[in-house]
Design a protein around this ligand. Structure first.
Ligand SMILES: *Cc1c(COP(=O)(O)O)cnc(C)c1O
Length: 368
């Protein structure tokens, strides 16, 4: 089976892990946590990095730190991971969904701008698959009207928008260190921000809201979402190799771009937009409407060729959970619905061999 992703540990991962064990620093108190936080903060030209247990916790904590109230609106894409919606719901705010752009597969910026109301308190910009959201107008509008921006950079650590890193535009930005992300420790997450008050709130919320003066006296509902030194050690070693990781992703994608260009039945990722080069976190394809089968069927057929593939996200407005909560009644978002039904991603790991990429291409030619 050619897998969608296999992690690569070719740097200092073992050395740093051994250091944790030799020195006895394994909890979140260890030195690699701070080093990782500083590396993420410096990378994004901001003052603070707050390491957490995963990217979903990063979103929960970042949103909670913004002190939203019931009735406050948060704009987010319908085509995203459930974590985004959960973070909005958990802090008691009202989610306002937007459709996707059919070419970049990111949230539609036009629709974001048109859904801003007097109640909008935050906008979640989720950068998906390879290109960032074309966010300049949204960021400008938010600054002028005191709306917070949360950049979800889980998939695009290392990407730039124009010439600045994705994650340096928002009020806060969140990252995932899950096994298939650009910098990984198996499980893990990070929040970066420049605002010291928000950063301190995130630190406190991550650590059960213990208080410095009276440790076991609490004033707020927090989480234990601390990242361990062991995880930070692996993630730091991964961060040191980020440049190589991204180069490898682009190598894989360049070959796919060549090999798949002659299949008219599928839409390939946009190689670039005028604000960024695609980073190809994963290599996605979208099956055209005139093909009689959908992504689920294509994944089955690829599996018969011993090739693993995964579906795109399922829309937030179509989640059974949303039905149960009485949310998003009768809303429809045609571009996002098409991506959910007709989008899939194929093996995209940085360790893929050219032979394997050719095999995937052969299978896709056979199927389409
Ligand atoms: C992976 C991911 C997350 C969640 O990260 P976890 O570490 O798996 O909790 C959030 N947002 C996006 C866009 C992701 O791809």
């Amino acid at each position: 089976m050619i897998r969608v992703h296999t992690p690569q540990f070719s740097g200092n991962e073992k050395k740093y892990l051994a250091q944790c064990i030799d020195e006895g620093w394994i909890s979140s108190e260890g030195p690699f946590v701070k080093r990782l936080e500083q590396a993420f903060a410096a990378h994004h030209h901001v003052a603070h990095g707050i390491a957490v247990t995963n990217g979903s916790a990063a979103l929960d904590i970042a949103l909670k730190a913004l002190e939203l109230k019931a009735g406050d609106e948060v704009i987010l894409p319908t085509f995203t991971i459930i974590s985004c919606l959960l973070a909005v719901l958990r802090c008691g705010a009202t989610p306002v969904l937007v459709d996707s752009d059919p070419f970049t597969w990111n949230m539609s910026v036009e629709e974001v701008l048109s859904k801003i109301t007097g109640k909008t308190r935050a906008i979640m910009l989720v950068h998906l698959y390879g290109l960032p959201v074309d966010m300049q107008r949204v960021v400008d509008r938010a600054r002028a009207t005191n709306i917070a921006i949360i950049e979800d950079c889980a998939q695009l650590m290392g990407q730039c928008y124009h010439s600045s890193p994705v994650g340096s535009f928002g009020t806060v930005a969140t990252f995932s260190l899950y096994a298939n992300k650009n910098v990984t420790s198996g499980e893990g997450g990070m929040i970066v921000c420049d605002n010291t008050v928000i950063a301190e709130r995130c630190r406190s919320l991550r650590n059960l809201c213990f208080q410095a003066s009276r440790r076991f006296v609490h004033e707020e509902i927090g989480w234990n979402a601390r990242l361990s030194n062991l995880q930070a050690a692996v993630a730091l070693a991964q961060y040191e190799k980020l440049g190589e990781t991204l180069e490898a992703k682009r190598r894989v994608a360049a070959l796919y771009n060549n090999l798949l260009a002659d299949i008219p039945a599928i839409q390939l990722p946009l190689p670039r937009a005028d604000y960024s080069e695609n980073l190809y976190w994963i290599y996605g394809i979208v099956i055209n409407d005139d093909v009689s089968f959908d992504a689920a069927e294509a994944i089955q057929r690829l599996s018969a060729h011993k090739i693993e593939a995964r579906p795109f996200f399922w829309c937030m407005h179509e989640q059974p959970l949303a039905r149960k909560l009485g949310l998003f009644h009768e809303l429809s978002f045609p571009h996002a619905e098409k991506l959910a039904r007709r989008g899939l991603y194929i093996p995209s790991g940085v360790g893929l061999l050219n032979d394997q990429i050719h095999e995937v291409s052969k299978a896709l030619h056979a199927i389409f």
